[in-house]
Write a protein that binds this ligand. Sequence first.
Ligand code: HEC
Length: 275
Amino acid sequence: MKRFIATLAALAALATPALAAPGETHAPQEYTWSWEGPFGTFDDRQLQRGFQVYQEVCASCHSMDLLSFRNLGQPGGPFEFLPDPEHEGELITFANPNDNPVVMDIASRYTYTEIDLETGEEMERQGIPADRFPNPYANDAQAAASNGGAAPPDFSVIVKARPGGAEYIRSLLLGYDYEVPEDVTLLPGQHYNPYFPGGVLAMGPQLFDGAVSYADDTPQTAEQYAADVAAFLAWASEPHMEQRKRMGLGVMIFLLIFAVLMWLAYRQVWANVKH
Ligand code: HEC
């Protein structure tokens, strides 16, 4: 057994992607998330705050092409449960996220341009829950041109796409307070951040204490914003994580009961057979 565990550990170490480390790239700072472990779940309040930070700070540069507003209200999403206006302290949910009033309200604050099928003219309409999150730029070329040549990456699966995931994103957002090493030269528009592979990137610091006003008394600090937005992006990368974990637990329980039944049946079948 010990050898088995040691082999597993060795395999796991091999499978962990190494951080590209030219120069002095720092490994992401460790952080304890609510969704860690086999029973961990996302914290809805944190996802809501993270969405707010995304909307107010990041969305002017970073798209989230794969997300529709209705995803925000689906099972496991930030706005799945809303306070019940009729019974204080209770929560309500909507079978169809398109009927979720918070989701409808968020979508309705955006305008979309469409072709009127009858007149062929362009017309503007309000967003609806089925709309995708709007892209801040018309295309990649414009995105790159507006950011000194480096297009801000899409956020739909960024947490899955980067080694270190949410911890990397949190560390990156908080990682600008380092002195620029002597052997690093920054061109205009470039910033030094040792958590970014290579240390030089085209995104400056984005989060400052007090910049986003939370509705509740959660601390309004850059640290808190960074954790919250990283949590939101982790959810967006794996919106069905909670169902997956629940399903896994169900399967384990089923297998356990099945094993007990099989054992009892085995005893029954062979009870009177001499061996
Ligand atoms: C003013 C535009 C702008 C804003 C606002 C902005 N970013 Fe960026 N971001 C960029 C650009 C440009 C890059 C690409 C940097 C590069 O590759 O050099 C980038 C890259 C990133 C990366 C990718 C790093 C990698 O590994 O490729 C992450 C993660 C990121 N931003 C997170 C955020 C978050 C979270 C917010 C909101 C809190 C945010 N950004 C707000 C412009 C922006």
